[in-house]
Design a protein around this ligand. Structure first.
Ligand code: SF4
Ligand code: SF4
Length: 227
């Protein structure tokens, strides 16, 4: 797959792991052990392959694999999309065709409708987003030393048990009680806006606007949560 992506001239290869929700419930999935093996191979390829960025998506324990493989790899300090972690409710949301806002396409829980409230208000105020930004995880994820840097997929336990904070059902890891691995703070990189992008941003309402020369208003950080 990597060779094929390169032969097509791709600069990034994002491998999405199945989240068994909706019609995906009826699609056979790989086992926990198979998921672990596949993710480990992908992580090694991500570190060792030059000229193309390889990431696992909707597989937050990619981050655990990265730390286990090479604690000095820069990705171990990366956050969010770059790190392959879960973005639901912290950097990402979905709006359905009927206007419902959910934390990600695989979490059916609606935080509200943009037919009734502004998206920005829902994003800032909805309780489900507050829970995802300060998660109180349970099961193995709740006692896992990688809880802060990984945290698991929230859609899988929600689909399996209705508990948004439950353990990621496809992670094979058994926490060993050695103590939490903290998320390393990361300075936001400077953003250079083009005049056209700047003009579009300036048309946004104040809560979405950016101050001169800076990046977008920072999202509430999941990493700031105490777990
Ligand atoms: S909850 Fe997070 S990891 Fe899971 S499918 Fe949604 S965005 Fe991906
Ligand atoms: S148990 Fe949960 S927090 Fe720990 S590595 Fe697995 S998915 Fe991540």
């Amino acid at each position: 797959m990597i060779a094929f992506a390169r032969s097509c001239g791709a600069i990034a290869l994002n491998v999405f792991f199945l989240v068994g929700t909706g019609r995906g419930r009826h699609v056979s999935n790989i086992s926990r052990a198979g998921y672990d093996r596949t993710l480990r191979r992908l992580t090694r390829a991500a570190r060792d392959t030059e000229g193309i960025m390889i990431r696992a998506k909707c597989a937050p324990h990619f981050k655990r694999m990265a730390i286990e493989l090479d604690p000095d790899w820069p990705i171990t300090t990366a956050h969010g999309y770059e790190a392959g972690g879960c973005l639901a409710g912290t950097r990402y949301a979905r709006v359905t065709p009927s206007g419902e806002v959910t934390p990600c396409p695989y979490i059916a829980h609606s935080a509200g409708s943009i037919r009734q409230r502004r998206f920005a208000e829902i994003w800032q105020d909805a309780p489900v987003f507050a829970r995802l930004r300060a998660p109180q995880l349970t099961g193995r994820c709740g006692i896992c030393e990688y809880g802060e840097v990984c945290g698991g997929c929230r859609a899988r336990p929600y689909a399996a048990t209705g508990d948004l904070m439950g353990e990621d059902t496809l992670c094979a890891y058994r926490p060993d009680g050695t103590g939490a691995i903290p998320q390393i703070p990361q300075a936001a990189p400077p953003v250079a806006w083009t005049p056209a992008a700047r003009a579009r941003l300036d048309r946004c309402r104040p809560s979405c606007a950016v101050s001169s020369g800076s990046g977008p208003r920072p999202m509430p950080a999941r990493q700031a949560a105490t777990r």
